[in-house]
Design a protein around this ligand. Structure first.
Ligand SMILES: [Zn+2]
Length: 249
């Protein structure tokens, strides 16, 4: 008689971050990766932006740049292939990959089940933040034009959320450069694009919440105090890593 028990092997866990544009999930994701040993952070937006820059002089790159600018979702098969390549690489070196920006639609979520089995240990973490707070944070985003340090000129004190503005009052950048500097807005942080991104989020990405919930793989957190809630977020990830042992396929 052979045993039905399969040999266990080390598998990378993927935690997919879900949240409206401006919810802070990218910031929280990279902070989590720096706090948690053997983990890494992958941003699909960054992957696509790099891709568009590398192909700046051809049609593929220009189409991608236009898609990113408009706030629409990029082509499903293109995105999933780009993400899959990065994940394969990242999963060799890390026990945990924190993934920001995929899947962003139910169609993309269904592609996850076609990935290699060792990349199917996926759970979702939802950062639940009301629209008006996200919009205010997006409109307040600034980058230091010298060191690229991120700041936010808009504070939030609403609905239990408390996030003071993050910007030095004297105009000099407190991050790496420590210089008098200009604050630049991201090209796609216009009010028109932000509204469009919000609509895409509600129409396309919110259905992903029920996709994960139906599979008992949805976890949620309300980051009332923004980055100050990082310990709470680390605990949420610990709980996911414990719970994931019991997930059914
Ligand atoms: Zn700076």
């Amino acid at each position: 008689m052979h045993s039905s028990k399969m040999t266990t092997r080390l598998t990378t866990t993927i935690i997919s971050l879900i949240g409206a544009p401006g919810s802070g999930k990218g910031t929280y994701g990279s902070m989590l990766a720096s706090r948690i040993p053997n983990s890494t952070f992958l941003s699909v937006g960054d992957i696509l932006r790099e891709h568009s820059e590398q192909n700046a002089n051809n049609a593929v790159g220009q189409a991608m740049k236009e898609t990113l600018r408009s706030g629409a979702l990029a082509d499903v098969s293109f995105v999933s292939e780009a993400v899959l390549q990065r994940l394969k690489h990242a999963s060799h070196q890390n026990n945990l990959v924190i993934l920001d920006g995929f899947p962003r639609s139910r169609e993309q979520a269904e592609i996850v089940s076609t990935w290699p089995i060792e990349l199917q240990r996926v759970a979702a973490l939802h950062f639940n933040v009301p629209d008006e707070i996200c919009i205010s944070k997006l409109l307040g985003r600034r980058k230091c034009s010298i060191c690229n340090g991120s700041f936010n000129v808009n504070g939030v004190n609403d609905n239990g959320f408390f996030m003071p503005p993050i910007l030095p009052s004297d105009g000099s950048c407190p991050k790496q450069c420590n210089h008098e500097t200009d604050w630049k807005k991201r090209e796609d942080d216009t009010e028109e694009t932000i509204r469009k991104r919000m609509k895409v989020y509600h129409d396309e990405t919110e259905p992903v919440l029920s996709y994960w919930s139906e599979r008992d793989r949805l976890h949620a957190i309300v980051p009332y105090n923004g980055v100050k809630d990082i310990d709470k977020m680390v605990n949420a990830v610990d709980k996911i890593l414990t719970d994931i042992q019991q997930y059914k396929k």
